[in-house]
Design a protein around this ligand. Structure first.
Ligand code: NAD
Length: 496
């Protein structure tokens, strides 16, 4: 891997004077630099994407789909290399990185169906000799801004479908772990994508604001934290763009007294501590309903938390890796302090974890708080670390009301054996993605992904059918070919 990750614009590597360090979270060393672009870099990328658009728009959808088929094969060929890159810069385990890549590839597979997905709607004879149809046309230059926690998968939520629909694309990946996003995008050239159809610009806020302000950029997909998502939505919409901005989360799992507690505990282990809790669908709150449910859950989870295998993600057979940066580790440790100060009971304490040989890594072990209440910061705010909070309530209705009152509404889950309760929960819960005995209800690639409330700003969800709508605009065409115009005369009211 090169020592400075460059921009990838019009099929060429472009450097910037400014760079940002990229660290290996497992040992705290700086492993490479990434170019830190500015408004000028973004402008060059926009010009390349604009120049590539007319020919790409006019390329038949079947030919665009063929690029996606080849892209999928290349992703599978290079999976081991890509997974190493993800793990090295993000810190997650190799198995988890492979899972992320597989879910990303599923979005490429869905994009292979683009000729079917954008074939439009047709109505014959809507009036005398009149036929009407809607077709779905690409928007032009569109952009994607992505977070650190899924450096390969989240970009793959966006550009396969955007490109397959005939748009050209500018990706601004996270500056914390940019290599995987870059390596994946570069494969598109080998897959036969014409130059300029995909461009990658690295950097931070300056690049993002340049993309949001540029009138040539017609739509922006964003995934990241809620304060940034909200500002992206506001600024992008103010400059006339279509924007979908997916934000943060505080996902509640409700555990009913009739649930199989051992199963709930096992699945909660993965949902709360997998990827060190750095997932927008991670379960960070367990709402235990009724007497004794919390005690049974804690009793089952404590030994499992103590047995978590934690270490550098690039080593095989681990459950959890390091947090992404030292700042993020300190933020998570800060929340644990708040929790203690506010009176929550820390029944599993992951602080002070030392991984031999990796003493400078950003590791935090699994933490479990009991007796968390809705006023506490550890309940209200997204921690994005390996910290699970238990809140105790008396009834399912109380659990639903609690979940619905939270500002976030990304994912949720109910553990139960009661079908009636499950049905009521799925109906009444104000959350975008719901699992019944499924702790991470991430929709498959042919459905769409998105939260409610302050977990998503915009109207359409990510990937799946909503992505087809987001990356195209509908044109409704009515056409009349009368056999003769002899009877034609002016009409001043709608025909009835
Ligand atoms: P982040 O908001 O810090 O960064 C996301 C992107 O925005 C990055 O590309 C970053 O460079 C850019 N950015 C950062 N600050 C900016 C600013 N002031 N102005 C403009 N752009 C800016 O998020 P992160 O820490 O990389 O990712 C973690 C967050 O993402 C969590 O909140 C998590 O819940 C969320 N997330 C949400 C989903 C979802 O689908 N809802 C999925 C993954 C992650």
């Amino acid at each position: 891997m090169q020592n400075t990750i460059t921009h990838w614009i019009n099929g060429e590597h472009i450097t910037s004077e400014r760079t940002l360090p990229v660290t290996n979270p497992a040992d705290g060393t700086t492993i490479r630099q990434v170019a830190d672009g500015d408004r000028h870099t973004v402008q060059i990328a926009i010009e390349a994407a604009q120049a590539a658009f007319p020919a790409w728009r006019d390329t038949p959808p079947t030919k665009r789909a063929q690029v996606m088929y080849r892209f999928k094969a290349l992703l599978e060929r290079d999976a081991e290399r890509l997974v190493q890159l993800i793990s090295e810069e993000h810190g997650k385990t190799l198995e988890d990185a492979m899972g992320e890549l597989r879910r990303g590839i599923e979005n490429v597979e869905y994009a292979c169906g683009v000729p079917e997905l954008i074939k439009g709607e047709y109505s014959h004879n809507v009036g005398p000799s009149i036929d009407a149809w809607s077709n779905f046309q690409p928007l032009g230059v569109v952009a994607g801004i992505t977070p650190f926690n899924f450096p390969a998968m989240v970009p793959l939520w966006m550009y396969p479908m955007a490109i397959a629909c005939g748009n050209t694309f500018i990706l601004k990946p996270s500056e914390k772990d940019p290599s995987a996003a870059m390596a994946v995008a570069e494969l598109l050239e080998e897959a036969g994508l014409p130059r300029g159809v995909i461009n990658v610009v690295h950097g931070g806020r300056e690049c993002v604001e340049a993309l949001l302000d540029a009138p040539e950029v017609k739509a922006v997909s964003f995934v990241g934290s809620t304060p940034i998502a909200e500002s992206i939505y506001t600024r992008g919409a103010a400059s006339g763009k279509r924007v979908q901005a997916l934000g943060g989360a505080k996902n509640h799992a409700v555990v009913l007294p009739d649930a199989d507690i051992e199963n709930a505990a096992n699945t909660l282990m993965g949902a709360a501590y997998g990827s060190a809790g750095e997932r927008c669908m991670a379960i960070s709150v367990a709402v235990c309903v009724g007497d004794g449910t919390a005690e049974r859950l804690i009793e089952s989870m404590q030994p499992k938390i103590a047995a978590l295998k934690i270490g550098p993600g690039t080593e095989k057979g681990l459950d959890m890796g390091a947090l992404v940066t030292a700042e993020h580790r300190d933020k998570v440790l800060g929340y644990i302090e708040y929790g203690l100060q506010e009176g929550a009971k820390l029944v599993a304490d992951g602080r002070g974890l030392v991984v031999p040989g990796h003493e400078d890594g950003y590791f935090v072990g699994g933490c479990l708080f009991d007796k968390v209440t809705p006023e506490m910061r550890i309940y209200r705010e997204e921690i994005f670390g390996p910290v699970l909070c238990i809140v105790r309530v008396d009834s399912l209705d109380e659990a639903i009301a609690l979940t619905n009152a939270h500002e976030y509404g990304n994912g949720t889950c109910l553990f139960t054996r009661d079908g009636e309760a499950a049905r009521r929960f799925a109906d009444a819960i104000e959350v975008g993605m719901v699992g019944i005995n499924v702790p991470l209800p991430v929709p498959v690639a042919y459905h769409s992904f998105g939260g409610w409330k302050r977990s998503l700003f915009g109207d359409l969800h990510a990937y799946g059918p909503d992505a087809v709508r987001f990356y195209t605009r509908r044109k409704a065409i009515s056409q009349r070919w009368p056999s003769s115009f002899e009877t034609s005369q002016a009409e001043f009211s709608f025909p009835s």
